[in-house]
Structure formats: structure tokens, C-alpha cells
Design a protein around this ligand. Sequence first.
Ligand SMILES: *Cc1c(COP(=O)(O)O)cnc(C)c1O
Length: 408
Amino acid sequence: MDYFQYKKNELFVENVSLTEIAKKFKTPLYIYSKATLVRHINAIKSVFKNTKTTICFAYKSNSNKHLLTILKEKGLGADCVSLGELLLARKVGVNPRKIVFNGNGKTDEEIKLAIKMNIKLINVDSIEELLNVSRIAKSLGRNPEIAFRLNPEIKVSTHPHIATGLKNSKFGIPLKHALDAYNLAKKLKTVRISGIHFHIGSQITEISPFVEALKKILLFSRKLKKQKILLKYVNIGGGLGVRYKEEVPVTLKEYAKKTIPYLKKIAPETILEPGRVLIANTGILLAKVILVKRTSKNFIVVDAGMNDLLRPSMYDAYHEILPVRIFPERKRENFDIVGPICESGDVLAKKRKLQTIYSGELLAIKGAGAYGYAMSSNYNLRPKPAEVLVDGEKFYEIRPRQRIEEIL
Ligand SMILES: *Cc1c(COP(=O)(O)O)cnc(C)c1O
């Protein structure tokens, strides 16, 4: 459910027309709906409200400071994967006791900062990394809380680039080595063993991979208990899918209902790291048609490219594309919607049936709130777009367009 709707053949975000926003802030432009974001935050909070749960928003999916402030004010924490994201969480004012730190290649500098910030949990990705964390903790005279990221080896039906729980994944410790990792940590005494973590992938629309993983993790946690290693936290990661096209993702209610019984058995407190499910359908990318080119195919060339939204090129991702103004009398044709980047992979959408369209008109690319701006680049030396937040009748810039001088 989102607040991007047509009113009299004109696409609106909440109570503002996209044409009006484009007039003021130009294109390409990321536009977010505050009501949609708040609705999603409330939904996930409400299904876990009777449990002890910390929801750490995955900063990598969207790092707009203004949006992160809304998430913080609604009580959410931060899942960080770099020095930059740790510093950003601090800048946003997130309580360090709600920050977790992930990644398979944390540098000494990053580990040092995480320990000094006294964050809730460092998710250690390997036995090798444990030794680094241990060495740094000792040198700082601190005793940080850690979890191990385990790889439960679960197949998920998502794009291979975003499946992270497969047997040969670079992430996590295989279950068969996990007991060694915990025992080593116990022996070292430089860290406090607090949790268990897994994250099996992204855009997962079914419940079964989560339950399969939890079953394996529960069995393993019983082995820990036998060795008197008691866990405070079970961190189930993120990965919940959203509807981009015709997917029917598991509802939050069902997700909570099916996972909570396992979570409770594994540890007293749950940590969630949702990204996409909270933010994807909160944002769109607004683009302007530069020209319509007709060869053996019909191409709509727009002013947004793969540097603004990488997902279609990188993951073959589907994003719904809507004309901002509908002209019912126009005929409908098949189009490929492409960007201006000198790269034949710069295709935003293939073979879409759309009304005939002309240069200067606007298209909205939906589901662009997660891994949209966050993955944008200056490829082809193009400045990054601006970001705008709509709140009822109001709208304002929440990150300015990069100026060309900044990147020359
Ligand atoms: C990317 C990531 C997330 C968030 O994933 P979503 O699919 O956006 O929910 C959470 N945890 C870890 C460890 C990640 O790498």
C-alpha cells in the first residue's frame, strides 16, 4: 500500500501532483512519500509489539539523512555496514544501543569505531575476523558484544546477486564451523558472546526460507546451550520482499506469526534488519522524456539512467513505469525505456505497453526507494539527482541535486 495515486488522470504523491514537483525541482528526481514510510514503519512495529525486538533499519538500502531521522524518531535503530554508515547513524542521533554492525571485510578502523561507539552488537562474519575484533578490543581495553553471522545454507528463489545464504556464499560461517567459532570466542575472553545472526538474502517473498533457516539455527542454539553458551540476541537479518510486479510477498503479519515461535526459543531478544520492505515502495524516480526514437523498436529515451537507478541493469529488476499524465485518447504501443548512458545495458524497462508519449513528458519509475539513490553513481560524469519528500500538501528537498562543479 502506498500513496502514489492518479487523480483525474494525473499522478499524485499524497496531495501533490508530480508535475508540480518536477516544475520546482527538475528531473531526474527521487520523490518519497512520508505517509507511506510511516505506514510501513508502524506495520512492522505493530506485528512485533508483543515481543522484545529491536528493529535496525538497513542503512545501505537508503541513506538519506532526513528519512533516517524519521526512522529514528519512530524508534528504529541502524544496521550499518561501513565506517560511513556508522558515522551517519551517530550523526542522525541513533542510540548506539540500537546499532548493529555487519560486513565480511570490516577494517581495523571500522572495528575500532564500532567498539568506541559502544554499539549494541558486532556481527562477526568469520573466525578470522573474530581474531581482529579480539585484538582491537584488547588494545582498547574494551569487551564488546558480538554475534556470529552463520550461514544456514538455504536456497532462496531470488536473484543470485542477492542470495547470501547459499553454500558458497562469501558471507557468514558455515554451520559446521560455528561451534568452533563460539568456543574460540569464549576462550579469548576479549569479547562477550551475545548473539547469533543470519541474513539469507534479499527480496525473499516466501516464508519458508526464513523458517528453514530458523529451524537450523534453533538446533544449533541448543548445542550452544549444552556448552553453557547463552545467547541474548537472535538477529534474523533483513530480506523481506516487496511487490515490484506480480509478486505476492509474505505479509508482515504472517512473517511475525511464523518466525516468533522460533525466535523466542533461540534467545530472549530479537533483532531485525529490514531495508527494502520499509523503503522500496516509499519512493519513485521521476524522469523526463528526452525523445522518442523509432528504429526496429520504439525507444523512450529519458533523462534518468543506470547511474541514477542501477537495479534494472544489475539485477534485471522490474520497476513499474507510469506516465504522470494519462491521455485516454492516445493509442498504446510497446516501448523500451532507456537512459542516456553510453552503455547498452542502460535499459530501465523492456517491452512495456504505454500510451504514446512525447518529449518533455514525465514518467514515474516506481519502487525506487530502496537501493535506488543509494546505488547511484557519477558514471558518465553525471551529477546525482535531488531527493524530495512529500508530506500531505507539502513537499521539500531533502538532498540537493549534485552540482556539476562538484564532480569536475
Ligand atoms: C542488505 C542487508 C540487510 C537488508 O536487506 P533487505 O533485503 O533490504 O531487507 C540486512 N542485513 C544484512 C546483513 C544485509 O546485508
